[in-house]
Design a binder for this molecule. Structure first.
Ligand code: 3NM
Length: 209
C-alpha cells in the first residue's frame, strides 16, 4: 500500500461526474493510470449509499495498492476500514475524525489560505488540500486563491500539501513552477476521453518535476 507521504497525484471519484454504475470502472481506470491516492466524494448520496460505493471501490483500490479516502463521512470510513478520511474546515474536525476512525486511518483537511494550512498542521492533520487554485465547477462557491501562496505554504507546512482546484494538464506546468509538488485532479480526469491515458500522461510530468 502506498503511503500518503510518498503520494504525488491524488484522484477523486466525485459522484457529481460519475454515475454509481460507473464507479467501479472509473476507480479501475484512475488506479491503472497511476493515481497514488483516491478519494470517494459524494455530496448528495446517503451514508448508506456511500458505504455501498466504498465497498465497491475498496477491492479495486487495494488490488492496486492505492489508499482509499472517504470524504466527510467518518462513520462510513470507520465501517469500511478505509485507509484515509478527509474533512472540511470545521474547527476540531481532525480531532473529531481521529476519535471515530482510530489511529490506523490517516486524516486530511481542506485548507483555503496560508493561515488555515498552518492551523491544520497544528491540529494534527496528516496531509492538507490547498486551494482552490483556480475557479472550478467542482467546488463552485469558493473564491480561487491563485498560485502566489504555494511557495510560502511549503515553507511553513511540512505535511504533504496537495494543490487542488482547476488543475489540469494545460495548467500543470505553471502550478509546478509556482512550487506545487503534489496535486489533486478531479474533473479533468473524470471527463477525459481516455481516463487512464490522461492520468498516466499527467503523472509522468509530475514525477519528473
Ligand atoms: N476541494 P477540479 S477545490 C473538491 O479547494 C475540491 O478545497 C477544493 O476539482 C478545495 O479538479 C475542489 O475538478 C474541486 O477543479 C477540485
Amino acid at each position: 500500500m502506498k503511503s500518503i507521504q510518498e503520494a504525488r497525484l491524488y484522484g477523486i471519484v466525485d459522484l457529481g461526474y460519475v454515475t454509481a454504475e460507473n464507479v467501479a470502472t472509473m476507480t479501475d481506470q484512475l488506479c491503472l493510470g497511476g493515481v497514488d491516492v483516491l478519494q470517494l466524494r459524494a455530496k448528495k448520496q446517503t451514508a448508506q449509499e456511500i458505504e455501498r460505493l466504498a465497498r465497491v471501490m475498496l477491492p479495486i483500490t487495494r488490488s492496486h495498492g492505492v489508499p482509499l479516502v472517504i470524504n466527510d463521512h467518518l462513520q462510513v470510513a470507520a465501517a469500511v476500514g478505509s485507509e484515509g478520511v478527509h474533512v472540511g474546515q470545521d474547527d476540531d474536525a481532525v480531532a473529531r475524525a481521529r476519535a471515530v476512525v482510530g489511529p490506523e486511518c490517516f486524516v486530511g483537511k481542506s485548507t483555503h489560505s496560508l493561515a488555515q494550512a498552518v492551523a491544520a498542521q497544528e491540529e494534527g492533520a496528516d496531509y492538507i488540500g490547498f486551494g482552490p487554485l483556480y475557479a472550478t465547477g467542482t467546488k463552485p462557491d469558493y473564491v480561487p486563491i491563485g498560485l502566489n501562496d504555494i511557495t510560502e505554504v511549503h515553507r511553513r507546512v511540512t505535511l504533504p500539501i496537495f494543490c487542488i482546484g482547476g488543475v489540469n494538464a494545460g495548467r500543470l506546468d505553471e502550478v509546478i513552477a509556482a512550487g506545487a509538488r503534489r496535486v489533486v485532479v478531479v474533473s479533468a480526469f473524470l471527463q477525459a476521453a481516455d481516463v487512464s491515458c490522461e492520468v498516466r500522461a499527467l503523472k509522468q510530468r509530475l514525477v519528473v518535476a
